[in-house]
Design a protein around this ligand. Structure first.
Ligand SMILES: C[S@@+](CC[C@H](N)C(=O)[O-])C[C@H]1O[C@@H](n2cnc3c(N)ncnc32)[C@H](O)[C@@H]1O
Length: 241
């Protein structure tokens, strides 16, 4: 795994152009815009339920606002991306992720970026639904590979369990901002190979961690800086067996 001191916006600039990409969890489309500008995909599927979910684990989540806010986010996304929707470069799908997945053919995506419900079960379900949609050599990526003081974040455990159970390779983790993005792949050919080569050759101060996640545990830490607020400190330790 390459520890990559980039923001996720800079990370997507390392993807090849003209890919077929899906973003699961869109909200206001902030990161969708970064994807469109950063790597100029052939097509970006923007998938979000834009539905308030009345479930305990999402109550403290600021990305689960009341229905009126969800409706206005969806309307704003349709307006902001109208030119790209008209040209067919963007497809906006308002549906729960597991339902939208049923309409996507296996092996038809180059990259999926998972950033919806961050609980363990939901991330596991998104991984199970979307990993098969990615063509051989493609990338499964996502956001918020960390813990959260208030919201149930099962991303670290779910991604690690998925990697170990399915023989995936953990490729990269961003450390350029407090909420890391992650990338895994079933193999290192194609898009995944190009992506890793670009990280290794174009990004300064990359650190390689071997044996992750089978031998090493990730324990994200946050320290308070006197002026800059909370700062993320990626911390790893050996797993005692
Ligand atoms: C963290 S926000 C997405 C942020 C966006 N990726 C960005 O970085 O700009 C999470 C979004 O996932 C959506 N969401 C949560 N659970 C979902 C599910 N099961 N299916 C589809 N969308 C879901 C929420 O409506 C919310 O807009």
């Amino acid at each position: 795994m390459l520890i990559t001191p980039l923001t996720r916006a800079k990370l997507v600039e390392l993807l090849p152009e003209s890919l077929e990409i899906a973003e699961i969890g869109v909200a206001s489309g902030e990161f969708s815009r970064r994807i469109l500008e950063g790597c100029k995909p052939r097509r970006l599927r923007m998938i979000d339920a834009w539905a308030h979910q009345d479930v305990a684990h999402l109550k403290p989540d600021s990305n689960n606002p009341e229905q009126a806010v969800q409706d206005s986010r969806h309307a704003q996304v349709l307006q902001d991306f109208a030119p790209e929707i008209a040209s067919g470069r963007v497809v906006v799908e308002r549906a729960f992720s597991h339902v939208a997945a049923e309409r996507i053919a296996d092996g038809s995506l180059d990259v999926v970026y998972i950033d919806a419900d961050h609980s363990y079960d939901a991330v596991m379900r998104d991984l199970a639904c979307y990993a098969p949609k990615v063509a051989p050599g493609g990338l499964v990526m996502g956001h918020d590979y960390t813990l959260h003081p208030r919201v149930e974040f099962g991303v670290v455990r779910a991604v690690n369990d998925f990697v170990l159970a399915n023989g995936y390779t953990f490729l990269a983790l961003t450390t350029g901002e407090n909420f890391p993005s992650w990338a895994i792949a079933a193999g290192l050919q194609g898009t995944a190979g190009v992506f890793m080569e670009r990280i290794a050759s174009r990004v300064r101060n990359v650190v390689e961690v071997t044996g992750y996640p089978e031998d090493i545990a990730f324990e994200p830490k946050y320290v308070r800086h006197e002026t800059k607020g909370v700062q993320f400190v990626p911390s790893f330790s050996a797993i005692r067996k």
